[in-house]
Design a protein around this ligand. Structure first.
Ligand code: ADP
Length: 545
Protein backbone atom coordinates (compact mmCIF):
# COMPACT_ATOMS: atom_id res chain seq x y z
CA UNK A 1 0.00 0.00 0.00
CA UNK A 2 1.29 3.45 -0.89
CA UNK A 3 1.16 6.13 1.76
CA UNK A 4 -0.98 9.18 1.23
CA UNK A 5 1.41 11.98 2.08
CA UNK A 6 2.46 14.76 -0.26
CA UNK A 7 5.40 14.13 -2.53
CA UNK A 8 7.34 17.30 -1.82
CA UNK A 9 10.72 17.30 -3.51
CA UNK A 10 13.53 18.38 -1.19
CA UNK A 11 14.80 21.32 -3.25
CA UNK A 12 17.29 23.84 -1.97
CA UNK A 13 15.04 26.82 -2.80
CA UNK A 14 12.46 25.53 -0.29
CA UNK A 15 14.96 26.47 2.44
CA UNK A 16 15.05 30.04 1.18
CA UNK A 17 11.24 30.08 0.71
CA UNK A 18 10.92 29.24 4.39
CA UNK A 19 13.48 31.87 5.45
CA UNK A 20 11.72 34.55 3.39
CA UNK A 21 8.18 33.60 4.48
CA UNK A 22 8.81 33.28 8.20
CA UNK A 23 12.08 35.08 8.91
CA UNK A 24 11.94 37.64 6.11
CA UNK A 25 13.39 40.49 8.15
CA UNK A 26 16.21 38.43 9.67
CA UNK A 27 19.58 39.93 8.75
CA UNK A 28 22.46 38.74 6.61
CA UNK A 29 25.59 40.75 7.36
CA UNK A 30 28.62 40.60 5.04
CA UNK A 31 32.08 42.07 5.15
CA UNK A 32 32.57 43.00 1.50
CA UNK A 33 35.81 42.82 -0.43
CA UNK A 34 35.22 46.45 -1.38
CA UNK A 35 35.46 47.34 2.32
CA UNK A 36 32.16 48.30 3.94
CA UNK A 37 29.85 46.05 5.93
CA UNK A 38 26.74 45.20 3.91
CA UNK A 39 23.38 44.37 5.46
CA UNK A 40 20.18 43.00 4.04
CA UNK A 41 17.52 40.42 4.83
CA UNK A 42 16.32 36.98 3.77
CA UNK A 43 13.61 38.76 1.75
CA UNK A 44 16.31 40.64 -0.15
CA UNK A 45 18.29 37.45 -0.65
CA UNK A 46 15.23 35.74 -2.07
CA UNK A 47 14.59 38.59 -4.55
CA UNK A 48 18.18 38.79 -5.69
CA UNK A 49 18.60 35.02 -5.95
CA UNK A 50 15.60 34.95 -8.32
CA UNK A 51 17.04 37.92 -10.20
CA UNK A 52 20.44 36.33 -10.74
CA UNK A 53 18.77 33.05 -11.76
CA UNK A 54 16.63 34.87 -14.30
CA UNK A 55 19.59 36.92 -15.62
CA UNK A 56 21.89 33.88 -15.86
CA UNK A 57 19.16 32.13 -17.83
CA UNK A 58 18.30 34.98 -20.19
CA UNK A 59 21.73 36.61 -20.60
CA UNK A 60 24.18 33.70 -20.22
CA UNK A 61 21.92 30.90 -21.41
CA UNK A 62 22.60 28.91 -18.24
CA UNK A 63 20.11 26.12 -17.66
CA UNK A 64 19.60 22.80 -15.96
CA UNK A 65 22.80 20.74 -15.70
CA UNK A 66 25.18 23.54 -16.64
CA UNK A 67 28.18 23.80 -14.35
CA UNK A 68 29.07 27.33 -13.25
CA UNK A 69 32.14 28.08 -11.15
CA UNK A 70 32.52 30.58 -8.33
CA UNK A 71 35.75 31.82 -6.81
CA UNK A 72 34.52 33.92 -3.95
CA UNK A 73 34.63 34.58 -0.21
CA UNK A 74 31.70 34.24 2.16
CA UNK A 75 29.43 37.13 1.22
CA UNK A 76 25.89 37.99 0.18
CA UNK A 77 26.54 37.94 -3.57
CA UNK A 78 28.06 34.47 -3.30
CA UNK A 79 24.97 33.31 -1.39
CA UNK A 80 22.67 34.77 -4.09
CA UNK A 81 24.60 32.87 -6.75
CA UNK A 82 24.31 29.61 -4.80
CA UNK A 83 20.56 29.88 -4.33
CA UNK A 84 19.91 31.42 -7.74
CA UNK A 85 21.87 28.97 -9.85
CA UNK A 86 20.97 25.91 -7.80
CA UNK A 87 17.29 26.97 -8.00
CA UNK A 88 17.66 27.18 -11.77
CA UNK A 89 18.89 23.59 -11.90
CA UNK A 90 22.49 24.56 -12.63
CA UNK A 91 25.43 23.14 -10.68
CA UNK A 92 27.53 25.54 -8.61
CA UNK A 93 31.17 24.55 -8.57
CA UNK A 94 33.15 26.39 -5.90
CA UNK A 95 36.86 26.90 -6.51
CA UNK A 96 39.39 27.07 -3.71
CA UNK A 97 41.62 30.06 -4.57
CA UNK A 98 44.46 28.60 -2.50
CA UNK A 99 45.03 25.77 -4.97
CA UNK A 100 48.01 25.85 -7.34
CA UNK A 101 47.14 27.17 -10.78
CA UNK A 102 47.71 23.81 -12.46
CA UNK A 103 45.27 22.16 -10.08
CA UNK A 104 42.75 24.95 -10.65
CA UNK A 105 42.97 24.52 -14.40
CA UNK A 106 42.62 20.77 -14.03
CA UNK A 107 39.49 21.14 -11.86
CA UNK A 108 37.78 23.75 -14.05
CA UNK A 109 38.33 21.68 -17.18
CA UNK A 110 37.40 18.40 -15.50
CA UNK A 111 34.16 19.86 -14.14
CA UNK A 112 33.44 21.44 -17.54
CA UNK A 113 32.72 24.84 -16.02
CA UNK A 114 30.94 27.14 -18.47
CA UNK A 115 31.00 30.47 -16.68
CA UNK A 116 32.95 31.89 -13.79
CA UNK A 117 31.71 34.24 -11.07
CA UNK A 118 34.60 35.76 -9.12
CA UNK A 119 35.29 38.24 -6.37
CA UNK A 120 37.43 41.27 -7.26
CA UNK A 121 40.28 39.83 -5.18
CA UNK A 122 40.65 36.91 -7.56
CA UNK A 123 40.98 38.75 -10.88
CA UNK A 124 44.80 38.32 -10.88
CA UNK A 125 44.61 34.57 -10.14
CA UNK A 126 42.21 33.97 -13.00
CA UNK A 127 44.14 36.23 -15.36
CA UNK A 128 47.09 33.95 -14.69
CA UNK A 129 45.21 30.76 -15.47
CA UNK A 130 42.67 31.86 -18.12
CA UNK A 131 44.71 30.60 -21.09
CA UNK A 132 44.37 27.08 -19.70
CA UNK A 133 40.55 27.39 -19.54
CA UNK A 134 39.37 27.25 -23.16
CA UNK A 135 35.80 26.20 -22.28
CA UNK A 136 34.94 29.06 -19.93
CA UNK A 137 32.63 31.37 -21.89
CA UNK A 138 33.06 34.43 -19.72
CA UNK A 139 33.82 35.93 -16.31
CA UNK A 140 31.35 37.79 -14.08
CA UNK A 141 33.11 40.00 -11.54
CA UNK A 142 31.06 40.13 -8.35
CA UNK A 143 31.01 43.89 -7.79
CA UNK A 144 29.30 47.07 -9.00
CA UNK A 145 30.27 49.33 -11.89
CA UNK A 146 32.20 51.75 -9.69
CA UNK A 147 34.54 49.01 -8.47
CA UNK A 148 35.14 47.18 -11.75
CA UNK A 149 38.84 46.96 -12.60
CA UNK A 150 39.89 49.61 -15.12
CA UNK A 151 41.66 46.94 -17.12
CA UNK A 152 41.74 43.17 -17.16
CA UNK A 153 42.99 40.58 -19.61
CA UNK A 154 40.07 38.25 -18.79
CA UNK A 155 37.95 37.64 -21.89
CA UNK A 156 34.21 38.42 -22.01
CA UNK A 157 34.04 40.17 -18.66
CA UNK A 158 30.79 41.30 -17.08
CA UNK A 159 29.89 43.29 -14.01
CA UNK A 160 27.70 41.34 -11.56
CA UNK A 161 25.48 44.28 -10.62
CA UNK A 162 24.84 45.02 -14.31
CA UNK A 163 23.99 41.38 -14.95
CA UNK A 164 21.64 41.05 -11.99
CA UNK A 165 19.97 44.30 -13.07
CA UNK A 166 18.71 42.41 -16.14
CA UNK A 167 16.99 39.78 -13.97
CA UNK A 168 13.41 39.40 -12.77
CA UNK A 169 12.88 39.35 -8.99
CA UNK A 170 9.61 37.42 -9.52
CA UNK A 171 11.36 34.59 -11.40
CA UNK A 172 9.57 31.29 -10.75
CA UNK A 173 11.78 28.33 -9.83
CA UNK A 174 11.54 25.43 -12.25
CA UNK A 175 10.19 22.14 -10.91
CA UNK A 176 13.18 19.83 -10.51
CA UNK A 177 13.69 16.28 -9.41
CA UNK A 178 15.15 16.33 -5.89
CA UNK A 179 18.08 14.21 -7.06
CA UNK A 180 19.18 16.90 -9.51
CA UNK A 181 22.82 17.91 -9.00
CA UNK A 182 23.21 21.35 -7.42
CA UNK A 183 26.80 21.67 -6.23
CA UNK A 184 30.23 20.36 -7.03
CA UNK A 185 33.19 20.37 -4.66
CA UNK A 186 36.59 18.87 -5.31
CA UNK A 187 38.63 17.11 -2.65
CA UNK A 188 41.97 18.77 -2.08
CA UNK A 189 43.90 16.06 -3.90
CA UNK A 190 46.67 15.41 -1.43
CA UNK A 191 47.03 12.05 -3.20
CA UNK A 192 46.59 12.10 -6.97
CA UNK A 193 44.28 14.47 -8.80
CA UNK A 194 41.40 16.17 -6.97
CA UNK A 195 38.14 14.28 -7.28
CA UNK A 196 34.69 15.83 -7.74
CA UNK A 197 31.89 15.32 -5.21
CA UNK A 198 28.44 16.15 -6.62
CA UNK A 199 25.74 17.16 -4.12
CA UNK A 200 22.04 16.90 -4.90
CA UNK A 201 19.20 19.17 -3.75
CA UNK A 202 17.95 16.30 -1.63
CA UNK A 203 21.33 15.63 0.02
CA UNK A 204 21.79 19.30 0.90
CA UNK A 205 18.30 19.64 2.42
CA UNK A 206 18.58 16.40 4.38
CA UNK A 207 22.04 17.34 5.58
CA UNK A 208 20.86 20.76 6.73
CA UNK A 209 18.06 19.08 8.72
CA UNK A 210 20.62 16.79 10.31
CA UNK A 211 22.88 19.75 11.14
CA UNK A 212 20.06 21.72 12.78
CA UNK A 213 19.12 18.82 15.06
CA UNK A 214 19.23 19.18 18.82
CA UNK A 215 22.05 16.69 19.32
CA UNK A 216 23.97 18.19 16.41
CA UNK A 217 24.33 22.00 16.22
CA UNK A 218 20.86 22.79 17.53
CA UNK A 219 20.23 25.81 15.29
CA UNK A 220 17.31 28.16 15.86
CA UNK A 221 16.15 31.64 14.87
CA UNK A 222 17.56 32.88 18.18
CA UNK A 223 21.10 32.31 16.95
CA UNK A 224 23.55 34.53 15.12
CA UNK A 225 25.74 32.22 13.09
CA UNK A 226 29.07 33.12 11.53
CA UNK A 227 30.60 30.46 9.27
CA UNK A 228 34.25 31.43 8.98
CA UNK A 229 34.80 28.18 7.12
CA UNK A 230 34.81 29.37 3.52
CA UNK A 231 31.94 28.62 1.16
CA UNK A 232 34.55 27.12 -1.17
CA UNK A 233 35.52 24.55 1.46
CA UNK A 234 33.39 21.45 2.02
CA UNK A 235 29.96 23.03 1.41
CA UNK A 236 30.67 25.61 4.13
CA UNK A 237 29.72 22.86 6.59
CA UNK A 238 26.12 23.21 5.37
CA UNK A 239 25.68 26.58 7.06
CA UNK A 240 24.46 28.39 3.94
CA UNK A 241 21.50 26.01 4.15
CA UNK A 242 21.18 25.15 7.84
CA UNK A 243 21.25 28.78 9.07
CA UNK A 244 18.43 29.99 6.74
CA UNK A 245 16.52 26.77 7.47
CA UNK A 246 16.56 27.76 11.14
CA UNK A 247 15.90 31.43 10.36
CA UNK A 248 19.12 32.42 12.11
CA UNK A 249 20.94 35.69 11.54
CA UNK A 250 23.91 35.03 9.26
CA UNK A 251 27.27 36.83 9.41
CA UNK A 252 29.63 36.34 6.45
CA UNK A 253 33.21 37.45 7.16
CA UNK A 254 34.52 37.92 3.61
CA UNK A 255 38.25 37.87 2.96
CA UNK A 256 39.56 39.00 6.34
CA UNK A 257 40.14 36.07 8.64
CA UNK A 258 42.88 37.43 10.91
CA UNK A 259 42.23 37.49 14.65
CA UNK A 260 41.34 41.18 14.85
CA UNK A 261 38.82 41.10 11.98
CA UNK A 262 37.14 37.94 13.22
CA UNK A 263 36.95 39.33 16.75
CA UNK A 264 35.42 42.57 15.50
CA UNK A 265 32.53 40.73 13.80
CA UNK A 266 32.00 38.35 16.74
CA UNK A 267 31.71 41.36 19.00
CA UNK A 268 29.76 43.91 16.94
CA UNK A 269 27.30 41.43 15.43
CA UNK A 270 26.85 39.55 18.73
CA UNK A 271 27.60 36.18 17.16
CA UNK A 272 26.40 33.18 19.20
CA UNK A 273 27.91 30.35 17.13
CA UNK A 274 30.87 30.30 14.78
CA UNK A 275 32.75 27.57 12.91
CA UNK A 276 36.17 27.05 11.32
CA UNK A 277 39.34 24.96 11.19
CA UNK A 278 41.82 25.15 14.12
CA UNK A 279 44.25 27.50 12.34
CA UNK A 280 41.63 30.27 12.37
CA UNK A 281 41.07 29.82 16.11
CA UNK A 282 44.82 29.83 16.73
CA UNK A 283 44.90 33.34 15.25
CA UNK A 284 41.88 34.50 17.24
CA UNK A 285 43.22 33.12 20.53
CA UNK A 286 46.61 34.75 19.94
CA UNK A 287 44.87 38.06 19.27
CA UNK A 288 42.86 37.70 22.48
CA UNK A 289 46.01 36.87 24.43
CA UNK A 290 47.64 40.04 23.15
CA UNK A 291 44.54 42.04 24.16
CA UNK A 292 43.69 40.73 27.62
CA UNK A 293 40.74 43.09 28.13
CA UNK A 294 38.74 41.54 25.32
CA UNK A 295 36.01 39.00 26.04
CA UNK A 296 33.73 36.76 23.99
CA UNK A 297 30.54 37.99 25.60
CA UNK A 298 27.86 36.59 23.30
CA UNK A 299 29.68 33.63 21.78
CA UNK A 300 28.19 30.42 23.19
CA UNK A 301 29.54 27.80 20.80
CA UNK A 302 32.54 27.45 18.55
CA UNK A 303 32.54 24.54 16.15
CA UNK A 304 36.06 23.27 15.42
CA UNK A 305 36.69 20.71 12.71
CA UNK A 306 38.51 19.98 9.48
CA UNK A 307 41.53 18.99 11.59
CA UNK A 308 41.80 17.79 15.18
CA UNK A 309 41.03 20.35 17.86
CA UNK A 310 44.01 20.44 20.24
CA UNK A 311 43.18 20.15 23.95
CA UNK A 312 44.90 23.46 24.71
CA UNK A 313 42.56 25.21 22.26
CA UNK A 314 39.45 23.64 23.75
CA UNK A 315 40.58 24.56 27.26
CA UNK A 316 41.38 28.14 26.26
CA UNK A 317 37.88 28.69 24.83
CA UNK A 318 36.12 26.97 27.69
CA UNK A 319 38.05 28.14 30.72
CA UNK A 320 39.25 31.61 29.69
CA UNK A 321 36.32 32.71 27.56
CA UNK A 322 33.44 30.58 28.80
CA UNK A 323 32.66 29.43 25.26
CA UNK A 324 31.62 25.84 24.62
CA UNK A 325 33.61 23.96 21.98
CA UNK A 326 31.89 21.46 19.68
CA UNK A 327 34.47 19.24 18.06
CA UNK A 328 33.28 18.17 14.62
CA UNK A 329 34.54 15.73 12.05
CA UNK A 330 33.58 15.30 8.46
CA UNK A 331 34.71 15.60 4.90
CA UNK A 332 33.67 16.97 1.52
CA UNK A 333 32.30 13.54 0.57
CA UNK A 334 29.88 13.72 3.54
CA UNK A 335 28.28 17.13 2.79
CA UNK A 336 30.41 17.40 5.10
CA UNK A 337 29.46 16.88 8.77
CA UNK A 338 29.86 13.30 10.02
CA UNK A 339 30.06 13.51 13.80
CA UNK A 340 29.75 16.11 16.54
CA UNK A 341 31.04 16.08 20.10
CA UNK A 342 27.89 17.12 21.93
CA UNK A 343 26.96 15.49 25.25
CA UNK A 344 24.76 12.45 24.92
CA UNK A 345 21.82 11.77 27.18
CA UNK A 346 22.92 9.52 30.02
CA UNK A 347 26.38 11.05 30.13
CA UNK A 348 25.38 14.10 32.18
CA UNK A 349 26.93 12.52 35.25
CA UNK A 350 30.24 11.72 33.60
CA UNK A 351 32.93 13.35 35.72
CA UNK A 352 34.81 16.44 34.60
CA UNK A 353 37.92 14.63 33.52
CA UNK A 354 36.24 11.65 31.89
CA UNK A 355 33.86 13.95 30.03
CA UNK A 356 36.80 16.08 28.99
CA UNK A 357 38.51 13.04 27.40
CA UNK A 358 35.28 12.17 25.60
CA UNK A 359 34.64 15.71 24.46
CA UNK A 360 38.08 15.87 22.88
CA UNK A 361 37.11 12.99 20.57
CA UNK A 362 35.58 13.77 17.19
CA UNK A 363 32.04 13.07 18.37
CA UNK A 364 29.16 10.82 17.45
CA UNK A 365 27.01 10.56 14.34
CA UNK A 366 23.56 12.11 14.07
CA UNK A 367 20.63 10.41 12.30
CA UNK A 368 21.32 9.83 8.59
CA UNK A 369 24.96 8.93 9.13
CA UNK A 370 25.96 5.30 9.61
CA UNK A 371 29.48 4.71 10.84
CA UNK A 372 31.74 1.72 11.58
CA UNK A 373 35.38 0.68 11.74
CA UNK A 374 36.91 -2.33 10.03
CA UNK A 375 40.28 -3.99 9.70
CA UNK A 376 42.17 -4.03 6.40
CA UNK A 377 40.21 -7.10 5.27
CA UNK A 378 36.88 -5.34 5.79
CA UNK A 379 36.00 -7.23 9.00
CA UNK A 380 34.00 -5.10 11.47
CA UNK A 381 35.87 -4.10 14.64
CA UNK A 382 34.21 -3.59 18.04
CA UNK A 383 33.22 -0.19 19.42
CA UNK A 384 35.42 -0.53 22.50
CA UNK A 385 37.37 2.73 22.25
CA UNK A 386 40.58 0.71 21.90
CA UNK A 387 40.74 -1.04 18.55
CA UNK A 388 41.43 1.27 15.71
CA UNK A 389 40.60 0.63 12.11
CA UNK A 390 39.41 2.09 8.83
CA UNK A 391 36.49 4.43 9.34
CA UNK A 392 33.62 3.78 6.95
CA UNK A 393 30.35 5.66 6.52
CA UNK A 394 27.14 5.61 4.53
CA UNK A 395 23.97 7.66 4.33
CA UNK A 396 21.77 9.81 2.07
CA UNK A 397 24.09 12.84 2.19
CA UNK A 398 27.26 10.83 1.57
CA UNK A 399 28.79 10.43 -1.89
CA UNK A 400 28.10 7.15 -3.69
CA UNK A 401 30.68 7.88 -6.39
CA UNK A 402 33.06 10.61 -7.50
CA UNK A 403 32.40 12.67 -10.64
CA UNK A 404 33.12 10.66 -13.78
CA UNK A 405 33.51 7.47 -11.75
CA UNK A 406 36.99 8.16 -10.41
CA UNK A 407 38.29 6.72 -7.13
CA UNK A 408 35.81 3.84 -7.30
CA UNK A 409 37.82 1.69 -4.87
CA UNK A 410 36.73 3.91 -1.96
CA UNK A 411 33.14 2.64 -2.30
CA UNK A 412 32.09 -0.96 -1.64
CA UNK A 413 29.06 -2.92 -2.82
CA UNK A 414 27.17 -2.48 0.43
CA UNK A 415 27.37 1.31 0.03
CA UNK A 416 30.12 1.93 2.58
CA UNK A 417 32.54 4.73 1.77
CA UNK A 418 36.07 4.33 3.13
CA UNK A 419 36.93 7.76 4.56
CA UNK A 420 40.71 7.21 4.52
CA UNK A 421 40.70 8.00 8.23
CA UNK A 422 41.77 5.66 11.00
CA UNK A 423 39.64 5.80 14.15
CA UNK A 424 38.30 4.19 17.30
CA UNK A 425 34.64 4.23 18.39
CA UNK A 426 33.90 3.92 22.12
CA UNK A 427 30.96 2.22 23.84
CA UNK A 428 28.99 5.49 23.91
CA UNK A 429 29.46 5.93 20.15
CA UNK A 430 32.09 8.68 20.31
CA UNK A 431 34.54 8.33 17.46
CA UNK A 432 38.17 9.38 17.72
CA UNK A 433 40.37 9.93 14.71
CA UNK A 434 43.88 8.65 15.30
CA UNK A 435 45.15 9.58 11.86
CA UNK A 436 44.61 9.81 8.16
CA UNK A 437 45.63 6.38 6.94
CA UNK A 438 48.52 7.88 4.99
CA UNK A 439 49.84 9.92 7.95
CA UNK A 440 49.87 7.23 10.60
CA UNK A 441 53.39 6.57 11.97
CA UNK A 442 54.33 2.90 11.70
CA UNK A 443 56.93 1.91 14.26
CA UNK A 444 57.95 -1.77 14.44
CA UNK A 445 54.64 -2.85 12.91
CA UNK A 446 52.60 -0.87 15.48
CA UNK A 447 50.77 2.40 14.80
CA UNK A 448 51.46 5.67 16.56
CA UNK A 449 48.83 8.40 16.32
CA UNK A 450 50.37 11.59 14.97
CA UNK A 451 47.29 13.52 16.08
CA UNK A 452 47.72 12.46 19.73
CA UNK A 453 51.37 13.54 19.76
CA UNK A 454 50.49 16.89 18.19
CA UNK A 455 47.63 17.59 20.56
CA UNK A 456 49.69 16.90 23.65
CA UNK A 457 52.69 18.86 22.36
CA UNK A 458 50.43 21.85 21.68
CA UNK A 459 49.70 21.97 25.40
CA UNK A 460 53.38 22.57 26.22
CA UNK A 461 54.05 26.20 27.24
CA UNK A 462 55.73 28.12 24.44
CA UNK A 463 54.45 25.85 21.65
CA UNK A 464 52.21 27.55 19.08
CA UNK A 465 51.82 24.69 16.62
CA UNK A 466 53.10 21.11 16.41
CA UNK A 467 53.20 18.48 13.69
CA UNK A 468 54.27 14.85 14.08
CA UNK A 469 55.64 12.88 11.15
CA UNK A 470 57.13 9.44 10.69
CA UNK A 471 60.84 9.54 9.84
CA UNK A 472 62.62 6.58 8.26
CA UNK A 473 64.42 4.36 10.76
CA UNK A 474 66.51 1.26 9.86
CA UNK A 475 65.32 -0.81 12.82
CA UNK A 476 61.74 0.38 13.42
CA UNK A 477 60.77 1.35 9.86
CA UNK A 478 59.57 4.73 11.11
CA UNK A 479 59.96 6.71 14.30
CA UNK A 480 58.03 9.85 15.27
CA UNK A 481 59.53 13.31 15.05
CA UNK A 482 57.87 16.53 16.21
CA UNK A 483 58.16 19.74 14.26
CA UNK A 484 57.37 22.76 16.43
CA UNK A 485 56.61 26.43 15.86
CA UNK A 486 57.26 28.53 18.97
CA UNK A 487 54.83 31.18 20.21
CA UNK A 488 56.03 34.66 19.24
CA UNK A 489 58.55 35.95 21.80
CA UNK A 490 58.59 32.70 23.82
CA UNK A 491 61.28 30.08 24.32
CA UNK A 492 60.93 26.32 24.53
CA UNK A 493 63.50 23.55 24.16
CA UNK A 494 63.47 19.97 22.90
CA UNK A 495 63.97 18.74 26.48
CA UNK A 496 60.98 20.75 27.72
CA UNK A 497 58.72 19.35 24.98
CA UNK A 498 59.82 15.77 25.76
CA UNK A 499 59.34 16.34 29.49
CA UNK A 500 55.84 17.64 28.76
CA UNK A 501 54.98 14.46 26.83
CA UNK A 502 56.44 12.20 29.53
CA UNK A 503 53.69 10.33 31.36
CA UNK A 504 51.00 11.43 28.89
CA UNK A 505 51.93 8.84 26.25
CA UNK A 506 53.29 5.31 26.32
CA UNK A 507 57.09 5.34 26.37
CA UNK A 508 57.60 3.92 22.86
CA UNK A 509 55.56 6.77 21.37
CA UNK A 510 58.18 9.29 22.55
CA UNK A 511 59.46 11.20 19.51
CA UNK A 512 63.05 10.42 18.53
CA UNK A 513 63.60 14.07 17.77
CA UNK A 514 62.03 17.51 18.21
CA UNK A 515 62.93 20.20 15.71
CA UNK A 516 61.91 23.84 15.48
CA UNK A 517 60.79 25.76 12.42
CA UNK A 518 59.32 29.20 11.66
CA UNK A 519 56.27 27.92 9.87
CA UNK A 520 54.42 24.64 9.37
CA UNK A 521 53.08 24.24 5.82
CA UNK A 522 49.28 24.00 5.40
CA UNK A 523 47.15 22.65 2.57
CA UNK A 524 44.58 24.71 0.69
CA UNK A 525 41.96 23.59 3.21
CA UNK A 526 43.97 24.61 6.27
CA UNK A 527 45.34 21.22 7.31
CA UNK A 528 48.97 20.55 8.15
CA UNK A 529 50.57 19.37 4.92
CA UNK A 530 52.41 16.25 6.08
CA UNK A 531 53.48 15.59 2.50
CA UNK A 532 55.32 18.92 2.26
CA UNK A 533 56.72 18.49 5.75
CA UNK A 534 58.09 15.04 4.99
CA UNK A 535 59.73 16.44 1.84
CA UNK A 536 61.12 19.39 3.81
CA UNK A 537 62.79 17.07 6.33
CA UNK A 538 63.74 14.24 3.96
CA UNK A 539 67.47 14.76 4.57
CA UNK A 540 67.11 15.07 8.34
CA UNK A 541 68.68 12.12 10.18
CA UNK A 542 67.21 11.10 13.53
CA UNK A 543 69.76 11.27 16.39
CA UNK A 544 68.71 7.73 17.41
CA UNK A 545 70.08 6.19 14.22
P1 ADP B 1 40.15 17.81 2.01
O1 ADP B 1 39.63 18.34 0.75
O2 ADP B 1 41.37 18.43 2.58
O3 ADP B 1 40.13 16.31 2.12
P2 ADP B 1 38.04 17.82 3.87
O4 ADP B 1 37.61 18.93 4.71
O5 ADP B 1 37.04 17.07 3.10
O6 ADP B 1 39.08 18.44 2.94
O7 ADP B 1 38.96 16.86 4.73
C1 ADP B 1 38.43 15.77 5.39
C2 ADP B 1 39.46 15.18 6.30
O8 ADP B 1 39.89 16.10 7.28
C3 ADP B 1 38.96 14.01 7.07
O9 ADP B 1 38.98 12.84 6.32
C4 ADP B 1 39.92 13.97 8.25
O10 ADP B 1 41.12 13.32 7.92
C5 ADP B 1 40.22 15.41 8.48
N1 ADP B 1 39.41 15.92 9.58
C6 ADP B 1 38.26 16.60 9.52
N2 ADP B 1 37.81 16.93 10.74
C7 ADP B 1 38.70 16.43 11.62
C8 ADP B 1 38.80 16.41 13.06
N3 ADP B 1 37.91 17.02 13.84
N4 ADP B 1 39.85 15.79 13.60
C9 ADP B 1 40.78 15.16 12.83
N5 ADP B 1 40.74 15.16 11.50
C10 ADP B 1 39.72 15.77 10.89
Amino acid sequence: MQGLMQDWPLLVHTVLDHARNWHGSQEIVSRTVEGPIHRYTYTDLDHRARQIASAAHSQLNVGEGDVVATMAWNGYRHLEIWYGLMGLGAVVHTLNPRLFTDQLAYIVNHAEDQWMFLDLTFVPILEGVKDQLPNVKGYVIMTDKAHMPAETSLPNVMCYEDLIGEGDAEFVWPKLDENTACGMWYTSGTTGNPKGVVYTHRSNVLHALTTCGGDALSFSSRETIMPVVPMFHANAWSMAFSAPMAGAKLVLPGAQMDGASIYELLDTEKVTLTAAVPTIWLMLLQYLEQNPDLKLDTLQNVVIGGAACPEAMMRAFETKYDTNVIHAWGMTEMSPLGSLGTRKGGLQKMSGDEWWQTKLKQGRPAYSIEMKITDDDGKDLPNDGEKFGRLKVRGPAIARSYFKGEGADAFDNAGWFDTGDVATIDQHGYMQITDRSKDVIKSGGEWISSIDLENIAMGCPGVAEAAAIGMPHPKWDERPMLVIVKKPGEEVTKEQVLAHLDGKIVKWWTPDDVVFTDEIPHTATGKISKLTLRQQFKDHVLPTI
